[in-house]
Design a protein around this ligand. Structure first.
Ligand code: FES
Ligand SMILES: [Fe+2]
Length: 414
């Protein structure tokens, strides 16, 4: 699709409607999304507790990209591009491991944990190993959460600390640990997965398990007294009451979105579990259950549900035009012992059953969108955040299509 065609497509997009089908089916649009959104944003890669020892590593992957997140020494965690500098083989193919060095499986070039090339057999004397280390990308840590960014000059990472540092402090996520992680492959374009996450219009019909505990599913039944009561209780539990909301077009810089917003659980529920009862020890310095669930967002594709006793991190990434991945990580206190302090099945039950339902409805949505009878449909008042995401998406794509018009010199015709 040429820049001017994309420009026309964006201009035709009706306000507060779902997207034109081409946004879900055009391979060139998909490639632009990778370049413009995924290679320029801060993306959640994992948690520090996944790489506790020197040499521990795991892969973070999306589209055609693969990154090795490795603890290269006691204090340093690095992000190495998983592409051999000889002829481009993936250097690591397993999901995670612990290594002293990274040896390419093809011809044996061997790299240190910091990416430096150490061994390359039978190369000319003029070959300079120092110029052929694995490429590195930006890698930063915020409250124990590891973020990466491929951009040469990314948005300042300090925005996360400035906007969310105070409100996240009581959870002490740097000392938390991964209790479980689960991958849910979704046969749908990545935008359909995020669109679904951004609205709770579908919660009442699709998520009875979630709806029985969380007041977001039925806004009409939620009273202002409930909201006020939950808010009042938070300081006594050691939690902050400030809201943060600078996402998408309102973000302080592209790819560094930040949001933190609590909403009440129904009476009798103190956390996100099957019966609303506690499922793990209280996190960090939190002293009691406040009766809320808190939504968190860091970057455009990472979201979390924060309860007083556990945190559920969602990450959405594209695999290709028609497939995306939803990766969920459950965090609990770092000193909590499985089988004693928490039961993994109880801990993960709610968001596992909810995500299976989401996978089903997103994939069913994707099949309908593929029909030639699909047309953009109007959004409800419960889909405001979804439109916030789409507005940002269209704006981002518009900037790029205008740039490409300039570059080809055809901009004046339209
Ligand atoms: S491609 Fe890695 S050593 Fe040849
Ligand atoms: Fe859902």
């Amino acid at each position: 699709m040429q820049g001017n065609e994309l420009q026309q497509l964006i201009e035709r997009q009706p306000d507060r409607h779902s997207l034109d089908r081409a946004f879900y089916t055009d391979p060139e649009i998909y490639q632009r999304e990778i370049d413009l959104i995924f290679l320029r944003s801060w993306q959640y890669a994992g948690h520090v507790s996944e790489v506790p020892r020197r040499g521990d590593w795991f892969l973070f992957e999306f589209g055609n990209e693969s990154v090795i997140i490795v603890r290269s020494d006691d204090v340093q965690i690095s992000a190495l591009v998983n592409v051999c500098r000889h002829r481009g083989s993936r250097v690591r193919t397993e999901r995670a491991g612990c290594s002293r060095r990274f040896s390419c499986p093809y011809h044996g070039w061997t790299y240190g944990l910091d990416g430096r090339l150490l061994v390359a057999a039978h190369m000319d004397e003029s070959f300079d190993k120092s110029k052929h280390g694995l490429r590195t990308i930006h890698c930063e840590i915020f409250n124990g959460m590891i973020f990466v960014n491929f951009a040469r000059d990314p948005a300042p990472f300090s925005i996360f600390q400035q906007e969310l540092g105070d409100v996240l402090a009581p959870y002490d996520l740097a000392q938390a640990k991964v209790a479980h992680r689960q991958n849910y492959p979704i046969a749908a374009n990545w935008k359909l997965s995020i669109e679904n996450y951004q609205e709770c219009y579908h919660c009442a019909p699709s998520h009875p398990e979630y709806s029985q505990g969380h007041a977001l599913a039925k806004p009409g039944a939620r009273t202002s007294e409930m909201m006020a009561a939950a808010r009042q209780k938070r300081p006594a539990c050691g939690l902050r009451t400030e809201n943060v909301d600078s996402v998408y077009l309102a973000a302080r810089a592209f790819g560094a979105d930040t949001a933190y917003d609590a909403y009440p659980l129904w009476p009798g529920h103190v956390t996100g579990s099957k019966d609303g009862k506690p499922v793990a020890p209280l996190l960090g310095s939190i002293s009691d259950y406040d009766g809320s669930c808190t939504d968190l967002q860091c970057g455009p594709t990472m979201f979390a549900l924060m309860y007083c006793d556990h945190v559920v991190i969602y990450r959405f990434t594209p695999s290709d035009l028609h497939r995306s991945q939803c990766d969920i990580t459950w965090l609990v206190r770092g000193d909590a012992v499985e089988g004693e302090d928490y039961d993994k099945d109880q801990l993960t039950w709610l968001w596992d059953v909810t995500t299976h339902a989401d996978k089903r409805i997103i994939e069913t949505n994707a099949r309908g969108v593929m029909s030639r009878h699909y047309a953009p449909g109007p959004l409800s008042s419960m889909e405001t955040f979804l439109w916030t995401f789409l507005e940002w998406y269209l704006h981002t794509m518009r900037q790029d299509s205008l740039r490409s018009l300039d570059a080809t010199g055809t901009g004046g015709k339209h």
